[in-house]
Design a protein around this ligand. Structure first.
Ligand code: T3D
Length: 267
C-alpha cells in the first residue's frame, strides 16, 4: 500500500510509505544533499512522523543523485543570519540524531554515495547500513577547522574501534565502501543499481519481525555500551519480560509449532 500522507509538507526531502516501509530521500542532489535549515527541519519532522505512525515498521534513509549527504551546507553557513555553530548543533543536528536513535522502528541506511561531515553522522546513526560500490565516508570536519559532531565521536569508535576511529577523525581520510565493509561499518557493499532494492529487501525483513521486540532490542544494544555485564543481564531480563507478554510472542510460538510464517501485529 502506498501513502503520501506526509509528502506534501516536504520540499527538501521525499517521504513515502509503501507496505509499512517509510523511505526518506534527502533531495538536494545539486548540492550533494548538503544540510540546510529547511532540510534539517524536514528531516526531524519526518523522523517524528515515523515515530508517531505505528503502521510504519521500518525506515530507509538515502540520498538523491550521486551523494548520500555532504554534511552542513557550507554556503548557508556563510549567510549573515546563520546561527552560531553550537546553537545549530544543539537546536537542529542533535535532535535529529537523538530522534533517529530513539526511534522504535529500525533504520536502514542506503548509502548511495559520499557521506561527509554530518552526512556521515546520519549514516552512523542508522541501525543497518548498506553501501553502493563507490560510496564513501569522510569526516570532513578537520578540513574546515571543525570538530567531528552530530554523534560522530560517539558512533565511530563503537562501530570501527578506537584506532580506526582516531585515524578517520583526525586525518579526515576518505573510507571507501569496501574498506567500510572490512571495518564493519557497513553490512554489505552492493552494485549501485541494486542498492535501493537491497535496502528495501532488508527493510522488508525487519518490517516482518515483531515491532516491540525490535524496539526493545535496539534499546538493549544501545544500553549495553554504558553498563557492566550484571546490569546488561538484568536489562535483558527486564526487556524479555515485556517482550514475553506481547501477543506477538504468542504468535511467534504458535507459528513455530504450526510450521507457518508468523504474522506479527505489534501487539
Ligand atoms: O552548522 C554547522 O555548520 C555545524 C555543523 C557542522 C556539521 C558538518 O557537516 S561540517 C562538514 C561540512 N561538510 C564538508 O565539509 C564537506 C564539503 N564537501 C566536500 O568535501 C566535497 O564536496 C565532497 C567530498 C563531499 C564531494 O566531493 P566531489 O569532488 O565529489 O564534489 P564537489 O565538486 O566538491 O561538489 C559538488 C557540488 O556540491 C559543488 O557545487 P557546484 O560547484 O557544482 O555548484 C559543491 O560546492 C557542492 N557541495 C558539496 N558539499 C557541499 C556543497 N555545497 C554546500 N555545502 C556542502 N557541504
Amino acid at each position: 500500500m502506498t501513502t503520501d500522507r506526509a509528502s506534501a509538507s516536504y520540499a527538501a526531502l521525499r517521504f513515502e510509505v509503501v507496505d509499512a516501509i517509510a523511505t526518506i530521500t534527502l533531495d538536494r542532489p545539486d548540492a550533494l544533499n548538503a544540510l540546510t535549515v529547511p532540510l534539517k527541519t524536514e528531516l526531524l519532522a519526518a523522523f517524528r512522523a515515523v515515530a508517531r505512525d505505528r503502521s510504519v515498521r521500518a525506515v530507509v534513509l538515502t540520498g538523491a543523485g550521486r551523494a548520500f549527504c555532504a554534511g552542513q551546507d557550507l554556503k548557508e553557513r556563510l549567510e549573515p543570519d546563520a546561527a552560531p555553530l553550537a546553537v545549530e548543533l544543539r537546536e537542529r543536528y542533535n535532535p535529529i540524531i537523538a530522534a533517529m536513535r530513539a526511534l522504535d522502528q529500525p533504520i536502514v541506511g542506503a548509502i548511495n554515495g559520499v557521506a561527509a561531515g554530518a552526512g556521515a553522522s546520519l549514516a552512523f546513526a542508522c541501525d543497518v547500513r548498506l553501501a553502493a560500490e563507490g560510496a564513501s565516508f569522510v569526516l570532513a570536519f578537520g578540513r574546515i577547522g571543525l570538530v567531528p559532531d552530530s554523534g560522530s565521536t560517539w558512533f565511530l569508535p563503537r562501530l570501527v574501534g578506537p584506532a580506526k576511529a582516531a585515524e578517520l577523525a583526525l586525518l579526515g581520510e576518505t573510507l571507501s565502501a569496501p574498506d567500510a565493509e572490512r571495518f564493519g561499518l557497513v553490512t554489505r557493499v552492493v552494485p549501485p543499481d541494486s542498492l535501493a532494492e537491497e535496502a528495501r529487501a532488508t527493510a522488508a525483513r525487519l518490517a516482518a519481525l515483531a515491532p516491540v521486540a525490535l524496539a526493545l532490542t535496539k534499546r538493549a544494544l544501545e544500553r549495553s555500551w554504558s553498563v557492566d555485564l550484571d546490569a546488561a543481564l538484568e536489562d535483558e531480563a527486564f526487556r524479555q519480560g515485556i517482550a514475553g507478554a506481547t501477543a506477538d510472542h504468542a504468535e511467534g510460538l504458535a507459528a513455530f509449532l504450526a510450521k507457518r510464517p508468523p504474522r506479527f501485529t505489534g501487539e
